[in-house]
Write a protein that binds this ligand. Structure first.
Ligand code: DX5
Ligand code: ZN
Length: 228
């Protein structure tokens, strides 16, 4: 089973949402050796007002990549579809706290599937809502924009939410952030405690190749010392 990289490490997780979907295989192949995670934004048009890809596309991408498929389920029924994404090649499944009645049952399902377990919260969900489950997961994904679309503005209140979440997590657990992150704010969010940074526009909508954009983001992230 591909595991999340061990902490402490700062990981850039490119989100394919911003990539040219007509060339995904070629694009993700070009990231080999530059990143260790690939962030797959899965949307069902119900939990969020957008629709992206499903298990068949993940299965077709799998042979083109050795990366950890960090699968963000922005869908209303993660219990039903998680097994299909795992079968397709997802290595980590992140579901939204807002859509499950019993997060422990969802965590148990994912543990039985042998994948890394993440829980995500929307900007309006208090971080304290994670307290009942936070010891049982591998990663928290803090949405720093409203889920559904790339290219949005970073929500400033996310910095304090990130700092609070870091104090709630063990050092071996990851704190991932997602949305509106660029070279000019990545150092701040790392200083606030994030160690896994989802970036779509900042990688795939730049004049330079994605590999160069990733290198620039890593340089920018190093401009600070994360809190430990
Ligand atoms: C929102 C998506 C975006 C995307 C990254 O549902 O999850 O946050 O991954 O978007 P940008 O383009 O802001 O990096
Ligand atoms: Zn995402």
């Amino acid at each position: 089973m591909r595991k999340l990289p061990e902490n402490p490490s700062i990981e850039i997780a490119p989100s394919i949402l911003a990539a040219d979907f007509s060339r995904l295989g070629e694009i993700i192949g070009g990231l080999e050796g530059y990143v260790r995670l690939l962030h797959l934004d899965i949307m069902d048009g119900h939990f969020v007002p957008n629709i992206t890809i499903g298990p068949p596309v993940v299965a077709m991408l799998r042979p083109h990549s050795t990366l950890f498929f960090d699968t963000h389920l922005m869908i209303s029924d993660p219990m039903k579809y998680a097994p299909e994404f795992v079968k397709a090649g997802s290595n980590g499944i992140t579901f939204h706290l807002e859509v499950v009645d019993d997060p422990h049952a969802m965590i148990k399902l994912l543990r039985n599937l042998g994948v890394n377990v993440g829980i995500s919260i929307k900007p309006a969900t208090p971080v304290e809502a994670l307290e009942p489950v936070i010891n049982d997961i591998d990663m928290v994904l803090l949405m720093t924009v409203e889920p559904g679309f790339g290219g949005q503005e970073f929500i400033p209140e996310s910095m304090d939410r990130c700092r609070t979440l870091r104090t709630m997590l063990r050092d071996d657990q990851r704190l991932e952030v997602d949305g509106g992150i660029y070279a000019d704010n990545i150092a701040d969010i790392v200083a606030a405690g994030a160690d896994t940074i989802v970036v779509g526009t900042a990688v795939f909508r730049q004049p330079c190749p994605p590999s160069q954009a990733v290198a620039d983001l890593k340089d920018a992230a190093r401009q600070c010392r994360p809190p430990r």
